[in-house]
Design a protein around this ligand. Sequence first.
Ligand code: 28F
Length: 645
Amino acid sequence: MTEVKHEEYTSSDIQVLEGLEAVRKRPGMYIGTTSEAGLHHLVWEIIDNSIDEALAGYAHNIRITVDQNDVVTVEDDGRGMPTEIHPKTGISTVETIFTVLHAGGKFGGGAYKVSGGLHGVGASVVNALSEWLEVEVYKDGKVHFVSFKDGGKVNQSLKQIGTCPPEKTGSLVRFKADPEIFKEGTVYNYRTLYERIRQMAFLNKGITLYFTWDKEDDHKGETIFCYNGGLKEYVSFLNETETPIFSDVLYCEADDPETEISVEVSLQYNNSYSEKVYSFCNNIYTPEGGMHLDGFRQTLARVVNAYAKDNNYIKKDDPNYAYDDIKEGLTAIISIKHPDPQYEGQTKGKLGNAEVRPVVNKIFGDYLKRYFLENPDVAKKIVEKAKSASEARLAAQRARETTRRKSSLELGNLPGKLRDCASKDASICEIYIVEGNSAGGSATMGRDSNFQAVLPLRGKILNVEKARTHKIFDNAEIRSMITAFGCGIGEEIDVSKLRYHKIVIMTDADVDGQHITTLMLTFLYRFFRPVIEGGYVYVAMPPLYKLHKGLKTLRYCYSDEELELAKRDFGDEKYDIQRYKGLGEMDPSQLWETTLDPETRTLKRVTIEDAMDADAVFSMLMGDEVEPRKNFIIENAHFAKNLDI
Ligand code: 28F
């Protein structure tokens, strides 16, 4: 090979200069923008080269310094850039790196499996957009130096400027961004640098990054970032302000030799409802996600659902949990390395490589399946969180659908069975929810229709539904109630729209009646909680006994104790005792007298605790635990025949 004289222009030198001129003419093509983001991009490019050398296993420490003149220095303790003449350019490799566009890809093929550079533009672009740039290389006990000025013109070609301890190796780059390019200024932002450097440290475990802010302001000083736990520590950091629902942070890491893709995933759940999932490719954040994120989500949903099915959280014919259910409280990082990433989307923030998805599916899926088997307590917590999210989501969806039938909440579309009252003043209006048509008939005739409405319900409202919340809204009786109340339901409830300030549950004073009351309260507790909390819900107290002498009614008794007291009051008098088996046995005037008339009736206001108790009983009866239900049925066998649970 002939020796190259650097004072003379060779044909390759001319190519080189044209190359860097192109960058200065259209900097946006290479760094996106020449505003603050573009300025910082220069720093990322240089740090990326050090990170690459660290990922190759040679560098361990990276120092970044910004001084008062916004001169940036980046130094690593890797092998040091090669100083030999590059066979293709005829100039030293280090000069080639800084003067040939895409030097990494074009000339370095195979040196690094994965390059971090944001758009892979490399050091030459930084040189092209710098007022001046200096490089030092330490190796073999020598300090090599080369410098450039005015957008990449060689100022001082490579030479040895001193010696260093023989064990010292590495590369240093120092540059000043060109104010002619960065017209908004070349002033760096501390926070931007700090956060990205910290992120680099999280994403590349074990590498120590030293960030020195050498300006006379509040930030002056050095910050050292090193996370031996990598992504695990990233997830813990993101969950620092949250309450994790289990202490372990899941983590997996593997390479796929065929595609040369490496995958790292870490995750934990907290007790919130929001999702914090961030994906990266080659250390670059992909705000629009892409194939790596799709693969992660698919896999998480698949494995959680499989576990839920295997362990009977999801019954045979029930639908799977959606990813939307599984993401609540999820904090995760997906970081992949790819030899040839393709970015797409509006801002090139989306990883397009289709082969990534199956690789993530396999690596993360195998890990997670095994983790669930080995850590059933964690699997259980995740599945249970997804289960309650799923139930809440389905309920909210039904509630929205119900509420959306806007007109149905207004007069004119009230359910046909509703016998409404004349008054529209909710504060005096009452609605009696009555079991059965015959009782409904008596109540309708016995009421004061000025302010009392009656809604008869046929049979038991929920028993066939087995507590499947998403089916609750298919139930015509329940839909009637929602519509009659007029205040919406669930998350979208507006108590100020409630059409009656007394909602009175009126059932027979027997076990079946109690059961229906339990179901009603459960339903109200789950979907109309603010209505209960507002004190708008009551239980009617129809009498159990009627005492009369001849045709004259003497007294109604509402409990056995009251009957005993009444018997004593009468002394020796002759009277008949009639026991009411149901509301249907009362004629309209009796019902008015005993249960409807505000002057004489007894109403029991339902507290939130009452409703909670009902909900607990209901859950026990309808829920997954077989044992307590069995016990309940055995204990109550004498009146369980109609319970139909
Ligand atoms: C402050 C910025 O740029 N560090 C770097 C190296 C090490 C090698 C290298 C770099 C081969 C393919 C060009 C050394 N010995 N810090 C840095 N450290 N580049 S950049 O090789 C040059 C690349 O394209 C290096 C043996 N192999 C590689």
